[in-house]
Design a protein. Structure first.
Length: 233
């Protein structure tokens, strides 16, 4: 029986082509898995400002629980990342873009560095009556004063008075660094102070980078333990 001899050059070429094809298939599957994880499980974000200091630092990379926001609502004390649907950030300012970084961010390989998202702490949920400030200079939620240990050292609960009732399926949010955070308080006059649950990407659960800042974020539900259920209809 005769067998066709394959020249060494042809054999090597065929093997190399198969390896290249296999490499790109593995890469494609990896990108697909990353995109699915970003969309349905967890997503990375970059912290560009000091509005959440000292809980989150400038340049921290954090991950949010996307799945949790799909199947449940945020609670008082949670740190949430949400779309800037109200235009709180000045979008006219030029933003440096890198096509490769943008693409990797889109599929979930790199954290999102765009200015289309914000991160704040939930102080009031749907139906809550949130007021500042009490005689002791504290924020009250449904008439109960809260003591906020996460506040930036030296920062007051708020230097801006407010009195709001949060609509259902919305949140009233503040930064931990109150005198460096243009949060819900600053947007009461223009009627955009509340964040819709539909705009929430998820709750921050870990600071992943830099490693020196690595920590799990569990919210601050204990701060609101004594807050009664809202009585606002």
């Amino acid at each position: 029986m005769r067998h066709r001899a394959v020249p060494a050059k042809e054999e090597n070429s065929s093997g190399l082509g198969g390896q290249i094809k296999e490499f790109f298939m593995v890469l494609l599957y990896a990108l697909l898995i990353a995109f699915i994880l970003k969309t349905f499980v967890l997503r990375g974000f970059y912290i560009p400002s000091g509005s959440m200091e000292n809980t989150l630092q400038v340049n921290d990379r954090v991950f949010v629980n996307v799945a949790g926001s799909m199947f449940g609502e945020a609670e008082r004390g949670d740190i949430i990342v949400f779309k800037d649907a109200h235009g709180w950030v000045d979008q006219s300012a030029p933003v440096a873009t890198n096509p490769i970084r943008t693409a990797l961010s889109f599929v979930g390989i790199l954290p999102d560095t765009s200015n289309n998202y914000l991160v704040k702490r939930v102080i009031g949920v749907g139906g809550d009556h949130v007021v500042c400030c009490s005689a002791d200079g504290k924020i009250t939620v449904n008439g109960e004063e809260i003591t906020e240990p996460y506040l930036y050292p030296g920062a007051n609960p708020s230097d801006i008075p407010f009195d709001v009732i949060v609509p259902e399926n919305n949140y009233f949010v503040l930064g931990d660094h109150r005198n460096n955070s243009a949060d819900s308080r600053y947007h009461i006059e223009d009627g955009t102070e509340f964040i819709s649950d539909g705009d929430v990407e998820g709750e921050v659960f870990v600071v992943a980078w830099p490693l020196s800042h690595f920590t799990f974020i569990g919210g601050a539900s204990d701060v609101f333990t004594n807050v009664p259920e809202n009585t606002n209809e």
